[in-house]
Ligand binder design. Sequence first.
Ligand SMILES: Nc1ncnc2c1ncn2[C@@H]1O[C@H](COP(=O)(O)OP(=O)(O)OP(=O)(O)O)[C@@H](O)[C@H]1O
Ligand SMILES: [Mg+2]
Length: 373
Amino acid sequence: MKIVTNIARAAAAAAGALPRTPSLAGLDLLASAVVMVDAEGRIAFANAAAENMLESSLKALSRQRLCDLFTNPAELEHVIGQARTHKHSDLRQDLTLERVAREPLHVHTIVSALDEPAGAVLLELRETVQQMKLDREERLLDQSQVNKELIRNLAHEIKNPLGGIRGAAQLLEMELPPLHLQNLREYTQVIIKEADRLQTLVDRLLAPHRRPHIVGDVNIHEVLERVRSLIMAEFPAGLRIVRDYDASLPEFRGDKEQLIQTVLNIAHNAAQALSGQIEEGSAQITFKTRVARQVTLAKVRYNLALDLHIIDNGPGIPPQIRDRIFYPLVSGRDGGSGLGLTLAQTFVHQHMGVIECESRPGYTDFRILLPLP
Ligand SMILES: Nc1ncnc2c1ncn2[C@@H]1O[C@H](COP(=O)(O)OP(=O)(O)OP(=O)(O)O)[C@@H](O)[C@H]1O
Ligand SMILES: [Mg+2]
């Protein structure tokens, strides 16, 4: 509502002016398509997202009536008419707009009537799929925040008595009568070993929350080269690591050690999943870097972002855990603790970025997007 009002104000300020004036240039930064139509229904302005959606330039669009772009304009005409007559500040509707020889557009439409110029209407169009994706991302983000809090509290609760349990077992062992020492020591050792195992687990769970976020200039290719040499040292034969780097990527502020840990956890999982191919000699991991433009990460829009892919040709993530791999303690491996990806996600979030995964047999792609200056 507020955004719409601001857009309306900006557009009204430049009403009648077709080219991008400075006050309208800001609209090009929006992910939503924004179109202003005049009293005759002709397009007076379209921002960059609208040009994208309508697959046409502002110059070409400005000669046309918006409703003429679609073969079923009735509903659109109806909402525009309603907005004009009732001066709704914010009229919402989901429409399917059909275009000649193209996919229909499923859009969530917000229509606002402008005071000036008379009869002008501002439309905000958002593809429904895009809206659903945003909603889902937002939900996942909230959920992972709640999960993190839960894990952290739980880890603390487990950690506190652990030292006591271990210490008590040690004392008990010292007090054992020599006669039974041999037999009973086995039990105290179980307690001590399990307490140590839990301690390591809990320390890993708490590590990302405890370590200060050390920020310096990071060159992502240095990070990748470090990980590459670590993986090559562990898997010296049968595994190829392909580098597909965009050398123009700028440095950015971040915590290099955390980023190395992040990429290492992902690449390490890939190498582990590739054990079959490593034996055959066909295993391959690709590190690919690119620049992404105009992306929204965790609800914030950035002009530039690092687009990093870690791709392997392994069997893919087991379908039964595919939706939950970033949750702690979810593992598809014998002996896996299920923390590698949780940590990776936490570190990426600490860098204001997002991490996502696409996987099918023969192709698994972990994608990390991080804002660039
Ligand atoms: N590239 C991949 N290919 C196939 N499966 C994967 C891949 N990456 C992750 N997985 C699956 O996701 C699970 C979770 O990974 P994660 O790194 O979080 O935990 P882990 O590797 O089991 O244990 P840890 O990393 O804590 O030692 C893995 O056990 C594995 O089943
Ligand atoms: Mg792992």
